[in-house]
Design a protein around this ligand. Sequence first.
Ligand SMILES: C[S@@+](CC[C@H](N)C(=O)[O-])C[C@H]1O[C@@H](n2cnc3c(N)ncnc32)[C@H](O)[C@@H]1O
Length: 255
Amino acid sequence: MTVDEAPNVARMWDYHQGGDRASPADRRLADAVTTACPELPEAARANRAFLGRVLQHLVARGIRQFLDLGAGLPTARNTHQMVCGSRVVYVDTDPMAVLHNRIGVIGNPDVTVVQADLRDPELVLRHRDVRHYIDFARPVAVLALAVYHFVPDAEEPASGTASIYDHVAPGSYLAISHGSADDSPDRVGRVADLYAAAGIPLRPRSRSEIAALFDRFALVGPGLVAARRWEPSAPPPATPRPAGWYAGLGRKTGP
Ligand SMILES: C[S@@+](CC[C@H](N)C(=O)[O-])C[C@H]1O[C@@H](n2cnc3c(N)ncnc32)[C@H](O)[C@@H]1O
């Protein structure tokens, strides 16, 4: 398989959201994945709607700096367009996603795009361009939507989010959305197998495993729930329902 024939997760995600940048290889895998798990395009839309609700909530609380990890391809309603006037740094490991984002923010002095790997959080947080745009002495929102399920256990995602906690000021936030097999183990297992066959590691996590990624961040609103159910004013459910796509927002309340 040449690089051009390799499916690309950023373009596939764009395709699931109705975008038109997918290659034939992207479409083949995305269609196979959707056949195995028909709720995936809906999860992609719920994920984007969750982003919108989180940003609205954070802007209302005075957050004006956003670090968007695993930003993906620009689509409709990108982070910087929903938090106008705030500082935004997009981070992605994929040069193609970085290039598209850079083109999309040309001339915008509040936004920059960094090619970096969130599996090395120290490198991301200490990156010259990140520090130029984000003042870590003030509260910042770190967004990690639909990305940590690409980080295998061996890469210790929880130690990554612990580093983020240690680096940000009290009052900062961490938003995570993450795929899970809690609701439909067989279907999501087939999705993981399809990704693995294409050379893409996918690690769906249980609700408690995803909760552990929040480290010391205190979950706000309803806690960790299905992305489509996350509303900042919703109370935590008495018994959380198993979901295929969890989302939550944590706040650093301690030192
Ligand atoms: C499914 S897309 C999610 C895009 C966006 N966050 C959203 O929720 O719509 C995942 C993105 O994460 C990026 N990604 C995957 N692993 C990464 C890593 N280790 N570091 C940074 N970005 C990563 C991929 O290149 C892709 O653009």
